[in-house]
Design a protein around this ligand. Structure first.
Ligand code: TYM
Length: 329
């Protein structure tokens, strides 16, 4: 059976993009794959953070993932499993500066003040490669924005195998679900929905109340034309495209079906239908998250057990990698 690994940064409550691009697929894959899901708290240190918010957000994300249906035995936080850091360091020494210089996420996050960002942000993709490869995982369900990172992980694995003259690390395949690979901001259809967007109106988070969801959808940016009846009519209309894509993914229907139902109508009635659908699907997750958050002890217990399971799988693999590079024990 192929092993599945994926991660999410505990930088806030997961949003609709995280849910449709990743979490929902994780839940499906669990039923017939061996899966590990990780709150990548070490990656979170690559951008400004506070200890208190990291602790709170790790617990909040844990509750949210469990409420979304993630199997508690498969969930843990990265820093509790030392294999990530150990293999991450080896990969810092395998990966090439030229490769890292091409990473678009570093350029996006560092912006113009590149010199002032942490070295961690720069080597972020090396740690991400270690996350996956320390389990010999071969399938990685992610949103479209992680595609380049997975390609780099494969380059690192190949170079390690070549340098050590052994086929030790397997090839990784991203699983990117086409329906909602890139959910866009509700305020700007050309920008990805993101936890770091200063406007809370730009995203729906999984703990939003029905009133918040309805209000955010009602205020979502649109254009003044009616919805088209066919897909081609969405071209050049990024906001309309985004809302229809969300509706289709959330209702498990094709874009064509949604457009044949709503084509010709104005945004008023479509937004109401979308808000109702989101409330119906997400409210149970929000209620369960709140319930789980009331028992911190239980959440910590889940993470500890998940970490023990992750250690059992990763430890022999990282030890073998350490032996291959020449470390003595
Ligand atoms: P992160 O925390 O930014 O996002 C978690 C997952 O959500 C997906 N995603 C989206 N999908 C569709 N539309 C969006 N607007 C959207 N925003 C986020 C992401 O693609 C991701 O799948 N580098 C990773 C975390 C990570 C990781 C890993 C992932 C660390 N190590 C190893 C896979 C394997 C990140 O920052 O995800």
């Amino acid at each position: 059976m192929q092993r599945v690994f994926s991660g999410i940064q505990p930088t806030g409550i997961p949003h609709l993009g995280n849910y449709l691009g990743a979490i929902r697929n994780w839940v499906t894959l669990q039923s017939d794959h061996e899966c590990l899901f990780c709150l990548v708290d070490m990656h979170t240190l690559t951008m400004p953070w506070t200890p208190q918010s990291l602790r709170e957000q790790t617990l909040g994300s844990t509750a949210c993932l469990l409420a979304s249906g993630i199997d508690p035995k498969r969930l843990y936080n990265q820093s509790a499993v030392s294999a990530h850091a150990r293999l991450g360091w080896i990969f810092n020494c395998v990966s090439r500066l030229g490769w890292l210089n091409r990473m678009t996420q570093f350029k996006d996050k560092a912006g113009k003040s590149r010199e002032n960002h942490s070295a961690g942000l720069y080597v972020y993709p090396n740690l991400m490669a270690a996350d996956i490869l320390t389990f010999h995982a071969t399938r990685v369900p992610v949103g479209d924005d992680q595609r380049q990172h997975i390609e780099l992980a494969n380059d690192i694995a190949k170079k390690f195998n070549h340098d050590m003259s052994i086929e030790f690390f397997p090839e990784i395949e991203p699983i990117i679900s086409p329906e909602a690979a890139r959910v866009m901001s509700l305020r700007d259809g050309n920008k990805k929905m993101s936890k770091s967007d200063p406007s809370e109106q730009s995203r729906i988070v999984l703990t939003d109340t029905p009133e918040e969801i309805t209000q955010k959808i009602r205020r979502a940016k649109t254009d003044s034309e009616a919805l088209p009846s066919e897909k081609e009519g969405l071209e050049g209309r990024p906001e309309a495209q985004n809302l229809v894509t969300i509706y289709a993914a959330m209702s498990d229907q094709s874009l064509e079906k949604v457009l044949s139902d709503f084509g010709g109508q104005g945004f008023g009635s479509f937004k109401q239908a979308l808000a109702d659908l989101l409330v119906e699907k997400l409210s149970p997750v929000a209620t369960e998250t709140r319930h789980l958050l009331a028992d911190e002890h239980h959440l910590l217990q889940v993470l500890r057990q998940g970490a023990e399971h992750a250690r059992n799988i990763s430890e022999p693999i990282v030890q073998e990698a350490e032996r291959l590079v020449g470390f003595l024990r």
